[in-house]
Design a protein around this ligand. Structure first.
Ligand code: MOS
Length: 767
């Protein structure tokens, strides 16, 4: 990462860890193999489970022959709808899914003979060994009665109906008469875009190890939502939530694919119940495609009308996405378009079709990742037709307040992002004429696009314990999925308490810890930080009150407001010689340790389930429009003979507020850009339009970028704190993928004069 420093006064006052490119605290454990993932916990007498997947999209099971599987050596049982113990009805449709209906959660797998998607689990084989389980799964014979199924997005998209808003996000927006303004505009573009289904492809396939002890359950699960997994399992198996322990210390990537509870988790727990043994199920790569939803395909229209000097008079963005007929997550495809440009008239509408496919789910920047591809490609095309530089066109339409409802931005630094980026990237060297820049045989193109992702904060519970030996223990059921989540909280705690980073330990990834919401929507760092800072403040007050009760303490008559936490203690800000270490205070008071905690907002205690985490979000979003944003700069080389595209340079300039850790933050952003490059040039889940079967359920046929496909990615963060979040942090998990595909498409247009509006941009589309 290039120069990125948090400029937060608080961090500099304590002289500490925030803003430093600290190595991840779990780095050694992961690189030495000491880190245990969910499929790696040893249990005595462990059994292994494998799934049998339906091969039709819709219908009924008429015959199920498990005799060969049962007879296979080592097989303990084959569980099907004919012999599975009843589970409790699934929970009601849940707002944590942002869905119009209950998502995969409500699928009645193994309690019914109904089949709702090609790939749905129809049997679980449990055996003494993994090999026996997987082999016996192949021996199960299933016969179906098929019913007509609708699986082809392209064929169904014209039947889409307007999406209803979900719990939090509007699905439409309107200002003035955008269609009339479009027709009246002296210059306009009216374009359609399409994007295919995508899958997350985390390195670690979904995996669960489940063990019952009487009616108490311990589950090691690869999840980004410990609390919901616990609640869900408790409801399904009819036991109190406190009797379920979910442990998820290390997760090998998730990207939204591990936010909901998918069948593998529930069926592993069921298999353990039936066999009376601990059971492990690790999905194969194919299995992840079969029973975990991906990102919806989309069809989009973006129409822009402008004056000849480039002021937008009309912005229209409409979309079609799909959910499953049994549930799913309506992607907020047009959401970013509400906030990007000061258009006089606007029309936004999301539409949905329901298909007989597995419910789709959250995938990194759900909606914005593909929505920015369309809107930012259209802006580039408009700039081209107006002969205005694409950055200049964006700057002419940069709004001062939210374009749709006039709400204040809490923070917006897109002008700076483009200024800094143009300078660093050498945008001035770009000849605007498409096809005009060459390097030998290669056509060279430079493209830009805006990145935008909402930055929200939920509520979490955190405790902090200070020991007389000077060490600090932070406890919070947060999720570490590879992004350095615990490391940044250790940095924040170290500074808040004025102790060295290596004195801080963070316990996470366990439902016995104070509860945190799911790690999703790029909310985790700000969410945990808010409660952590509040808990540290309470802790310092409690320590000072110990000092106040001691006649010998030099802090006896001092107020917390006049003190600074540093050097392992509390000291007068104006008289640095006056103060004491925590160890002195605790030892004198005869205390081994002292603890304070801060919980999720209890004023909203009546809210059920996951809703209780959202109180702050609802409050904040009434007051401000808050987002992380950025400018993506991309250079491509295109072979004019073969259509081969190489991404040769990349710069992302981001406004993610204060950067707690430049190393982990840039790694997050870089990873998201790599995913965006994959989306632009390679990734596509192929669904057989006749059978609804995913045809490329493996990493040989589903193409993701390899190292050789990725150039050095330069990340620059502006580092300017947001005034409305703890420490000024805006989420960094998802903004990096937004705008990335458009920057590539725009660079390809610049290189070749070809405007590709259909992802992925494979070579055939450039010949
Ligand atoms: Mo994310 S797609 O909110 O994990």
């Amino acid at each position: 990462m290039t120069q990125t420093r948090a400029r937060d006064a608080r961090s500099e006052a304590t002289g500490g860890a925030v803003g430093k490119p600290v190595d991840r605290l779990d780095g050694t454990a992961k690189t030495t193999g000491a880190a245990r993932y969910s499929a790696e916990y040893p249990y005595p007498n462990l059994a292994y489970a494998a799934l049998v997947y339906a091969t039709i999209s819709r219908g009924r099971i008429t015959q199920l022959d498990t005799s060969a599987a049962q007879a296979h050596p080592g097989v303990l049982t084959v569980i099907t709808h004919q012999n599975a113990p009843a589970m409790k009805p699934p929970p009601k449709p849940s707002t944590m899914d942002l869905s119009t209906r209950a998502s995969p959660i409500n699928v009645n797998y193994l309690n019914t003979d109904e089949v709702h998607w090609n790939g749905q689990p129809v049997a679980v084989v449990v055996a003494d060994t993994l090999e026996a389980a997987r082999h016996a799964a192949d021996l199960v014979r299933v016969t179906y009665e098929q019913m007509p199924a609708l699986v082809d997005f392209d064929a169904a998209k014209d039947t889409a109906v307007p999406q209803k808003g979900n719990a939090f996000l509007p699905a439409s927006g309107r200002k003035g008469d955008a269609q009339a303004a479009l027709l009246a505009a002296p210059m306009s573009v009216d374009m359609t875009f399409s994007t295919p289904t995508h899958h997350h492809n985390a390195i670690e396939p979904h995996a669960t190890t489940a063990a019952w002890d009487g009616d108490r359950l311990t589950v090691h699960d690869a999840t980004q939502n410990i609390d919901w997994t616990r609640t869900h399992l408790a409801l399904r198996f009819g036991i109190p939530a406190p009797d379920v322990r979910v442990i998820s210390l290390f997760v090998g990537g998730a990207f939204g694919g591990k936010a909901a509870v998918w069948p593998n988790t529930v069926l592993t727990v069921l298999a353990a119940r039936v066999t009376g043994r601990p059971v492990r199920m690790m999905l194969t790569r194919e299995g992840v495609y079969r029973i975990v939803g991906g990102r919806s395909a989309t069809a989009q229209r973006v129409a822009l009308g402008a004056t000849t000097d480039g002021s937008l008079t009309s912005l229209i963005h409409t979309s079609v996405a799909r959910i499953g007929r049994i549930g799913g997550m309506p992607d907020q495809v047009t959401y970013q378009s509400r906030h990007l440009y000061a258009a006089q008239n606007m029309l936004l509408q999301q539409n949905l079709v329901e298909l007989d496919l597995i419910p789709n789910t959250f995938m990194r920047a759900p909606g914005e990742a593909v929505g920015t591809f369309a809107v930012e490609s259209a802006v580039d095309e408009l700039a081209h037709r107006l002969a205005i530089d694409p950055i200049e066109l964006r700057m002419r339409n940069e709004p001062d307040t939210d374009p749709l409802d006039g709400k204040a931005f809490s923070h917006r630094r897109l002008r700076q992002a483009y200024e800094v980026g143009a300078q660093r990237f050498g945008w001035g060297r770009r000849n605007p004429e498409p096809g005009s820049m060459r390097d030998g045989k290669w056509l060279v193109g430079m493209g830009v696009a805006t990145a935008y992702h909402p930055a929200n904060q939920l509520s979490a519970s955190v405790t902090v314990r200070l020991s007389a030996d000077g060490t600090v223990l932070v406890r919070c059921g947060l999720h570490e999925m590879g992004m350095g989540a615990a490391t940044v909280q250790a940095q924040i705690a170290a500074d808040a308490l004025g102790v060295p980073l290596d004195a801080v330990r963070v316990d996470y990834g366990d439902s016995t810890l104070p509860v945190a919401p799911q790690a999703a929507a790029s909310t985790q760092t700000a969410t945990i930080a808010a409660s952590l800072l509040a808990a540290c403040d309470k802790l310092k007050a409690a320590v000072l009150s110990l000092a106040h009760h001691s006649p010998d303490s030099s802090l006896r008559r001092h107020r917390l407001a006049d003190l600074q936490a540093r050097d392992g203690g509390l000291y007068r800000t104006d008289q640095p010689a006056i103060g004491e270490t925590y160890a002195q205070i605790l030892t004198r008071a005869g205390r081994a340790d002292i603890e304070a905690g801060f919980g999720s907002d209890t004023r909203f205690g009546a809210m059920a389930g996951q809703m209780r985490f959202f109180a702050r979000y609802i409050r904040d979003s009434r007051r401000w429009v808050r987002a992380a944003s950025g400018a993506q700069f991309c250079e491509v080389r295109v072979d004019p003979d073969t259509g081969e595209v190489r991404v040769s340079r990349w710069l992302g300039v981001f406004d993610i507020g204060t950067v707690i850790n430049p190393k982990t933050a840039s790694s997050q952003l870089r990873g998201a850009i790599v995913m965006g490059i994959g989306m632009a040039l390679a990734e596509e889940t192929l669904i057989d339009p006749n059978t609804g079967r995913i045809m490329n359920a493996n990493l040989a046929d589903y193409h993701v970028p390899a190292h050789a496909d990725i150039p050095a990615i330069d990340i620059h963060c502006l580092g300017d704190p947001d005034p409305t979040t703890p420490l000024g942090v805006l989420g960094a998990g998802e903004v990096g993928i937004t705008g990335a595909a458009a920057a590539i498409a725009n660079a390809i247009h610049h290189a070749t004069g070809k405007r590709v509006t259909d992802l992925p941009i494979t070579l055939d589309k450039l010949l």
